[in-house]
Design a protein around this ligand. Sequence first.
Ligand SMILES: CC(C)(COP(=O)(O)OP(=O)(O)OC[C@H]1O[C@@H](n2cnc3c(N)ncnc32)[C@H](O)[C@@H]1OP(=O)(O)O)[C@@H](O)C(=O)NCCC(=O)NCCS
Length: 299
Amino acid sequence: MAVMVGTVGALSAFYHDSLDINDPHQREISAHRLIAKMPTIAAMAYKYSIGQPFVYPRNDLSFAENFLNMMFAVPAEPYLINPVLARAMDRILILHADHEQNASTSTVRTAGSSAANPFACVASGIASLWGPAHGGANEAVLHMLMEIGDKSKIPEFIANVKDPNSKVRLMGFGHRVYKNYDPRAKVMKQTCDEVLAELGIKNDPLLDIAMELEKIALNDEYFVKRKLYPNVDFYSGIILKAMGIPLSMFTVLFAVARTVGWVSQWTEMISEPSQKISRPRQLYLGSDVRQFVPVDQRK
Ligand SMILES: CC(C)(COP(=O)(O)OP(=O)(O)OC[C@H]1O[C@@H](n2cnc3c(N)ncnc32)[C@H](O)[C@@H]1OP(=O)(O)O)[C@@H](O)C(=O)NCCC(=O)NCCS
């Protein structure tokens, strides 16, 4: 994410020919550049981090196939793209493309409202997404599974989750908006089943724990009564892990997907003639009068 924030902002130094935000054609070119370059930058950041050579984009591949190829191909042998995994990646990218005024999208709009260039605006969105309260939910699912560590520890963990005095939550369950079922989770569950079957994963301890938690949550009175269903992050975390995407790339992948939403929302905002600079109001609620105490008399 550190590489993404810096590199995407720096694109504005390379593409002076598409920085005039008042020209719809230049806006479109910037939008295409951002959406096209995000997977390349993401995959190159990953390759660099593990000391492998960069793999350049290929125009004959789809967006998802191209990303998988740039992530996993090595010079020593051909990389055969598995269509089930490419389809799963495609679905993950589509399902994460946009989601109303979440923190990062609002950040992109706020930055863009001052007429900043789109590369800088998307970099600000990446910074906002970086925080664990926003982009880190599917990573949190994996951390929870690792913390539980073994199927035998599940009852103790669930008891902790149900304890009203404990702050432990089942990560990847529940949603602030979707109270009946997260419609994205339905697609992700099906994809998850497809990916695990395709890869023939049978004895992965973390995936075993995940499947057991899913079973418990769908049947246990506590979760059923509160309508706490597995959400999109629960399944996407499992899928990405099974596909061999490292934890450090989960939020990066989210940024790749969400760029479509950021760019669309930015374009919509700039195209609106009545658009003004964002200026949230701040209300002072502190004390009215405070006595000044000279520095040498302070305790
Ligand atoms: C997403 C989330 C913040 C939504 O919270 P919310 O709509 O405000 O729900 P509330 O905090 O009002 O919770 C309602 C009840 O369900 C319980 N609850 C909610 N999410 C829970 C979870 N993941 N595990 C256990 N209990 C949970 C609460 O403790 C509360 O119980 P109570 O009525 O006995 O006090 C919450 O479900 C959560 O923290 N989920 C885990 C994190 C996660 O997966 N985030 C990604 C979302 S895409």
